[in-house]
Design a protein around this ligand. Structure first.
Ligand code: COA
Length: 321
């Protein structure tokens, strides 16, 4: 029995903020941001929430494949920026789309969140426990950014992406790899809830994302190609057999470095970061949805996916589309 991605959907907030817009409110420039990252603009949430974008992405994914909400057995949302501590975003999605049969929960694996959720769903589907899963990556990162830290806030955006995943007789997921390095976790961290009990006062500067950009860069350009190589080999394929590499959209330079290490032309790495920025767990499913809607994904193609970031975590998968 295979695990196939059968439908995709995504949702970006209406408001677009360009690099020039940011340059009006902080000491930065389009030249600095675009030359170091490839990012030109990002969507930032005003009235949208992590749940509302998840619901919209989920509806589009369901419409894309023509399943009904009642057929969904499992909903997993990967997010670090859910609207509430509880109920989980996945529970709210379940209620909003009317998927009343589905078991629903969130997971936190930062920028690898969608990939971890996909691999968890695969494990459930392969036991036969469930047949159809809705996997979502969704973030409102703008609410956990320190907007006075120009080296970090310019990189991120808001949005959600979703995929319907189903146990199927045809092959889909061929191999996956996941990993965690908690020892280095503090290089990309966010303590977003302070403890204000009578005995403790948490310093407010810990409440937003802080990042050692160069350490994260070094991690990404070594771990991601290694994980992809391992997954492609486990799938019984060579790097040259992969039609597209749909990677977490952190930084164009990271994608270029991965392409170089794998000796793969850069045009096999589609990008959405130019107009989305880094949307953590939502990056991979939004990119996948854009590729799907552009008609890039043809039956039988081999697609490598990879997410990497906070934790530190990473996860790769090779699919036959
Ligand atoms: N606009 C203008 N100047 C900026 C700036 C901004 N938005 N942010 C930082 N700078 C300045 C710094 O203050 C520094 O100035 P100085 O030399 O006078 O001190 C200079 O630019 C270089 O800063 P530095 O942090 O060394 O830049 P860098 O070349 O390492 O690039 C990143 C920074 C963040 C683009 C890069 O480290 C990176 O891409 N890291 C990976 C981050 C990532 O992808 N994280 C998410 C992974 S999931």
């Amino acid at each position: 029995m295979g695990t196939r991605i059968i439908g995709t959907g995504s949702c970006l907030p209406k408001t677009v903020v360009t690099n020039d817009d940011l340059a009006k409110i902080m000491d930065t420039s389009d030249e600095w941001i675009s030359s170091r990252t490839g990012i030109r603009e990002r969507h930032l949430a005003k009235e949208e929430t992590t749940t509302s974008m998840s619901v919209e992405a989920a509806r589009r994914a369901i419409e894309n494949v023509g399943v009904t909400a009642q057929e969904i057995d499992l909903i997993i949302v990967g997010t670090v920026s859910a609207d509430h501590v509880t109920p989980a975003c996945a529970c709210e999605v379940q209620a909003e789309i009317g998927a009343y049969r589905a078991v629903a929960f969130d997971i936190n694996a930062a920028c690898s969140g969608f990939m971890f959720a996909l691999n968890i769903a695969n494990a459930y589907l392969q036991t036969g426990a469930y047949r159809t899963a809705l996997i979502i990556g969704a973030e409102t990162l703008s609410k956990i950014m320190d907007w006075s830290d120009r080296s970090t806030c310019v990189l991120f955006g808001d949005g959600a992406g979703a995929a319907v995943v189903r146990a199927d007789e045809r092959e889909g997921l061929l191999a996956f790899d996941q990993g965690t390095d908690g020892v280095k976790g503090r290089v990309l961290a966010c303590q977003n809830r302070s403890n204000n009990n009578p005995l403790v006062k948490t310093p407010t500067e810990l409440q937003y994302v802080h990042m050692d950009g160069q350490e994260v860069y070094r991690f990404a350009v070594t771990q991601v190609p290694a994980s992809l190589q391992k997954t492609i080999e486990a799938a019984g394929l060579a790097v040259g057999d992969i039609d597209y590499f749909a990677l977490h959209q952190a930084n164009l330079r990271i994608l270029q470095a991965v392409a170089k290490r794998l000796k793969v032309p850069e045009d096999r790495f589609p990008i959405s970061l130019d107009h989305c920025g880094n949307i953590s767990a939502a990056s991979v499913p939004i990119l996948l949805d854009e590729m799907n809607r552009k008609g890039l994904l043809k039956p039988g193609m081999k697609i490598a996916l990879s997410g990497f970031g906070g934790g530190l975590t990473w996860a790769s998968a090779v699919f036959q589309w």
